[in-house]
Ligand binder design. Structure first.
Ligand code: FES
Length: 570
């Protein structure tokens, strides 16, 4: 970038056919907000604000944004916040995933179209951070991610509760009949009690760790609890850092690289992170033309140990992870495996960060590389005749006794079919069966919801069954657990083999061989394929049409085809 490029309000003038008039008009209107002329001469730091009355995880954003502004003002800039779409995970139908790309477009276009020298992206709830990073990478304006931070866990009758692994644990007990309605209602009021994102290593926390590892967020900021004073200090520091970025013009394309993406994959594996994060990281990398191969994921998984003991795979909460040393402590243990020359928003490399003296580490929560919780990574990709383009299993949250098994398929053809029959006392299902859910992928009309965590049929749950193999083209909440094969690609709705499975078919799972196979002869599959009904017409208009026309499969991050950059293969 040339040094005489316009800055502040002189950037990107509205086109009235006379640029001097455009600047005169803009200053005049900006002045109507009460700013002095001196303030209007300052660099402009945008603050992408994803607060919403329909997003409890972001309810502390007004205070957080005041702190960002303080940091910007003290560093000599003019902070101007602007609203973007917010995606409150539990408030969107059919699923927030359908709207991640809409928020990414909103963020990209507002960051690009407005006169911003740099931007602070303020997000947290599951899809918001991926959307903001996708947008910022595509806009390629200097940007720093400020994370919401996790909720605090709640003390309740002698134990601690936190959204949302405990939500699922108690709901499973309620379905199994071991707790009653008054009990589940009293628990309901104690699962999510502060501002911030889910209290475990779910999708939001995993994406926070990934944002910091990529180099897009302040070192040490991923795990600070939402209500901790350090979170406000991180916000103030992010504002000041945005001013530094405006001066140095350090853009996301120099931070999000093949090497930093690989570092982020290592972090995802080492924290036993959410399966959703592989989709989101693939989409973020795709905005730079970087392809994440699931075969490469397996190579990294074989050499990256799980180092943290957090729910849903372990016992601790994000507040414990922060107190134990957070992302910095994990990075230090992974150091021999990382690319240390990766640049971060601070202007220092990862190697320079890790050369500083190590802080306190609680080894109950974050293990050393030599004594990991698991010797291999949390996620593994499976391939085979059932998933030619791949599927994902979170092996750190699964039952190893089911890893080398063959079972009889019990098929649900849709989400509606699942909800109608799962608790039917006459359902023909045994603990050894593999439950298969079809038509819940990106193009199914349901937007690939977090429905892959199929409930254990109530008659088996009441008999004490806790886990069985479940397979689908859906996703799973990062807070869930079980032997659950997800993201099967290609999906059933686009003619993938998953849609050809019938009740009674045999399926073989082999985590050792990284395979998931439908044991049905090809000529029989051909006959079934020939009788498949044509795909029903998609939505006729609006965003849903755009989504249906352009969304890619899970192995491509479910981004829109026209939003990915084209460059190389990683
Ligand atoms: Fe917002 Fe879990 S519901 S992070």
């Amino acid at each position: 970038m040339s040094t005489d490029e316009p800055t502040g309000l002189k950037r990107g003038l509205t086109n009235y056919g006379d640029f001097d008039f455009s600047l005169y008009l803009r200053r005049s209107f900006a002045g109507s907000m009460g700013y002095s002329k001196a303030m209007l001469e300052r660099p402009v730091i945008g603050i992408a604000n994803s607060a919403s009355g329909l997003n409890n995880c972001h309810r502390h954003f007004p205070e957080l944004i005041e702190a960002v502004k303080r940091g910007v003002l003290a560093a000599g800039g003019l902070p101007l916040d602007f609203p973007t779409i917010s995606l409150g995970e539990v408030y969107l139908s059919p699923t927030s995933m359908m709207y991640r790309n809409l928020m990414a477009i909103d963020t990209e276009e507002m960051v690009r179209a407005q006169p911003l020298d740099a931007v602070v992206l303020v997000g947290g709830c599951d899809k918001t951070v991926p959307a903001q990073l996708m947008g910022a990478v595509s806009a390629n304006v200097p940007a720093v991610q400020l994370l919401a931070g996790p909720m605090m866990a709640m003390r309740f009758e002698g134990e601690r509760l936190g959204a949302c692994t405990d939500c699922r644990r108690f709901w499973g007990q309620y379905r199994a009949g071991t707790i009653d309605k008054p009990r589940i209602q009293s628990i309901e009021g104690n699962l999510a009690v502060t501002a911030g994102t889910c209290a475990v290593m779910g999708t939001a926390s995993t994406m926070a760790c990934i944002a910091e590892t990529l180099g897009m967020a302040l070192p040490g900021s991923a795990a600070i609890p939402a209500v901790h004073a350090d979170r406000l200090r991180a916000a103030e520091a992010s504002g000041a850092l945005a001013m530094q970025l405006a001066r140095t013009k350090l853009t996301p394309d120099r931070i999000v690289t093949e090497k930093s993406v690989e570092n982020a994959l290592r972090m995802l594996l080492a924290v036993g992170g959410s399966t959703n994060a592989i989709i989101h990281l693939t989409a973020i990398a795709g905005r730079r033309g970087i392809d994440i191969s699931l075969k490469r994921l397996n190579e990294l998984s074989d050499s990256t140990p799980v180092l943290v003991d957090l729910k849903p795979t372990g016992q601790f909460y994000m507040e414990d992870f922060h107190a134990a040393g957070g992302v910095g402590a994990v990075l230090r243990e992974l150091k021999p495996l990382l690319h240390l020359d990766c640049m971060s928003v601070t202007g220092e490399t990862l190697g320079e960060r890790l050369a500083r003296p190590a802080g306190y580490v609680d080894r109950n929560v974050i293990r050393s590389h030599g004594e990991p919780f698991l010797p291999y990574g949390g996620l593994v990709a499976l391939f085979g005749s059932l998933a030619p383009d791949g599927a994902i299993l979170k092996r750190s949250a699964a039952n190893p006794k089911l890893f080398e098994t063959e079972g009889r398929a019990v098929v649900f053809s849709s989400l509606e079919d699942l909800s109608q029959r799962i608790d039917d006392p006459n359902l023909d299902v045994t603990p050894q069966d593999f439950m298969v859910l079809q038509n819940a992928g990106p193009k199914s009309g349901s937007g690939m919801p977090e429905a892959g965590y199929l409930p254990i049929p109530s008659k088996l749950a009441r008999a004490g069954l806790k886990d069985m193999v479940r397979i689908s083209d859906a996703r799973m909440s990062g807070t869930a657990f079980g032997t659950i094969v997800l993201h099967v690609a290609p999906e059933a709705a686009t003619g993938g083999p998953l849609g050809l499975v019938r009740n009674g078919d045999r399926i073989r799972l082999s985590v050792r061989d990284r395979r998931i196979d439908l044991l049905v002869a090809e000529d029989e599959l051909g006959r079934r394929r020939a009788t498949l009904p044509p795909r029903p017409p998609g939505p006729a208009r609006g965003y849903r049409k755009l989504y249906d026309d352009h969304v890619l499969q899970a192995d491509k991050g479910c981004d829109f085809d026209f939003l990915r950059a084209t460059r190389g293969i990683f």
